[in-house]
Design a binder for this molecule. Structure first.
Ligand code: XMP
Length: 506
């Protein structure tokens, strides 16, 4: 188990991901919330930070429980912090130290740089620089502009690097982390999907014992994997509820419900389409739509949960990025993202929360799902927003608009699958615009709806690029949509990236 101490860097999550790629479990803690008991940790990594160590309000944590006791790797701000407070000198750098650089010097015979060759490319991102090392410091590497690119402290297992090994542009970054964690700190590489499943099943059994647990399934990857894990742990004491809000994809409710039943889950499908669509009548404002759907969902879910007696726990598919986000250190210029899963529990439900996936990244959830035998097609599904098609129907929502969009979306998604494009795209969908345009069909003029198609590449939805789908494919799909879906006479393709656009249109 590795402890990552976060000083608010935008790259802290990436450090955790790289460490996990080495099959080593790690946890991020804010620098000011150091766990009291460090006995389960085998190594510590200090992250970068948007602060300057010289600033008064910068993080200045007490590392006396760590220094010399546990192998320590300090990255960027961490490296400057160690230098600054141990007799070295940190000052604003004269040249811009941002972007790619190459290691022009590497000290021989150091485990830390084993299998890393001279000239290896690293990624720098800092405005302060380490002018001189502490008296204890031994220089391990330099670049053209950064003399003290890496150093260690004599007499203790403490290493410091000015560059970012977690960023992909640091070509040997993963090797460096492996050298530190495996060769130097001797952390075992035993964090695998199977090991996770074994441990979490025991943990879940201990936690919920013979209590009943209720869980809302959405058809998405996270809630499905959470359900299968809990099912494995507590069997029939898990009660799943799958709500049809009338805004799912075409036939999704029926298909996914069958799939869940096929997995042996104890699941109740609740078709509340009419209730949602009635509540949404006449509402055009996107935020009001979201709130309305959220409110009705809680009402429906609560009605169902009340019918189960003696339920003590509510299970949620919260994953690690949501958890990190809710505790993360906010730097001077950091923006705060709102997210969907943490803290959404209405008070009156008064249930204890269990979150089997709260320590996993999305790709790990998929791998755990695969090791549990969940269908690859279900695990590879694109993300789909909670408010469903409602935020892809711009303006007010009617059953007819939902029908049109479901038809269009199905043709688009099935087309992507048929052409082997679905798995190359991170998320895809169609948007029904509140615009009519003129067309001709046979001898007649039409005045019908415009739909936009959207397909993006992304890793986490925070940034996204539009996908260059083949023209032939777009041509075929556009024809198919206009010929088959009554009420649509024009198809456009969205070629905006995020930022400055967003993935959804509302
Ligand atoms: P945006 O549009 O913000 O979307 O670029 C980023 C990702 O978040 C999804 N999204 C939502 N998911 N409730 C959700 O559960 C929402 O209100 C919501 N809005 C956007 C979006 O589909 C994309 O994956």
């Amino acid at each position: 188990n590795v402890l990552i101490l976060d000083f608010g860097s935008q790259y802290t999550q990436l450090i955790a991901r790289r460490v996990r790629e080495l099959h080593i479990f790690c946890e991020i803690f804010p620098y000011n919330q150091l766990p009291e008991d460090l006995s389960s940790f085998k190594a510590v990594i200090l992250s970068g930070s948007p602060f300057s160590v010289r600033a008064e309000d910068a993080p200045h944590p007490d590392l006396s429980q760590i220094r010399g006791k546990l192998p320590l790797l300090a990255v960027c701000y961490g490296a400057q912090y160690l230098a600054h407070f141990n007799g070295g000198e940190v000052a604003p750098s004269a040249t811009r130290e941002y972007g790619r650089a190459n290691l022009t010097y590497i000290k021989d015979d150091e485990d830390f740089f084993e299998e890393i060759a001279l000239n290896s490319q690293v990624w720098m991102s800092h405005s302060d620089t380490i002018k001189s090392l502490p008296p204890q410091g031994i220089r391990l590497a330099s670049t053209k502009d950064v003399e003290n690119a890496a150093y260690r402290l004599e007499g203790e297992p403490t290493y410091a690097i000015q560059f970012h090994p977690e960023v992909y542009h640091s070509i040997d970054g993963k090797q460096l982390l492996e050298n530190f964690l495996v060769k130097i700190a001797q952390v075992p590489q035993n964090f695998t999907p199977n090991a996770f499943v074994e441990d979490i099943v025991v943990e879940l059994r201990e936690k919920v014992q013979n209590d009943k647990v209720v869980l809302g399934l959405s058809g998405g990857v996270d809630s499905t994997v959470a359900a299968v894990l809990l099912h494995k742990a507590i069997g029939k004491n898990l009660y799943c509820i799958f709500v049809n809000n009338g805004l799912l994809r075409k036939n999704e409710f029926e298909n996914v419900l069958l799939q869940y039943q096929g997995m042996g889950l104890n699941v109740k499908g609740v078709d509340a389409s009419a209730r949602f669509l009635t509540a949404l009548e006449g509402i055009s404002d996107p935020e009001t739509k979201r709130k309305t759907i959220g409110r009705v969902f809680i009402e429906v879910f609560d009605d169902e949960a009340q019918q189960l007696t003696d339920v003590k726990w509510l299970a949620q598919g919260t994953i690690y990025p949501d958890v990190i986000e809710s505790v993360s250190v906010k730097g001077p210029s950091a923006t705060i993202k709102s997210h969907h899963n943490v803290g959404g529990l209405p008070d009156f439900m008064k249930l204890k929360i269990v979150e089997p996936l709260r320590m996993l990244f999305k790709d790990e959830v998929r791998r755990v799902g695969a090791s549990l035998g969940i269908d690859a097609e279900l695990l590879g599904r694109h993300p789909f927003p909670g408010p469903g098609l409602s935020i892809r129907i711009l303006g007010d929502i009617t059953p007819e608009k939902v029908r049109i969009l479901q038809e269009v979306d199905a043709l688009f998604i099935d087309g992507l699958k048929a052409h082997g494009l679905y798995d190359k795209v991170w998320q895809a969908g169609a948007i029904l615009l509140p615009v009519n345009s003129v067309g001709v069909m046979g001898d007649e003029r039409t005045y019908e709806k415009v739909v936009a198609l959207r397909a993006v590449e992304s890793t986490d939805g925070m940034t996204a690029d539009w996908v260059h789908l083949p023209y032939d494919f777009l041509m075929k799909i556009s024809n198919e949509i206009i010929n088959k879906v009554r009420g649509v006479n024009r198809v456009v393709y969205d070629i905006s990236s995020k930022p400055p656009a967003t993935i959804e249109w509302e």
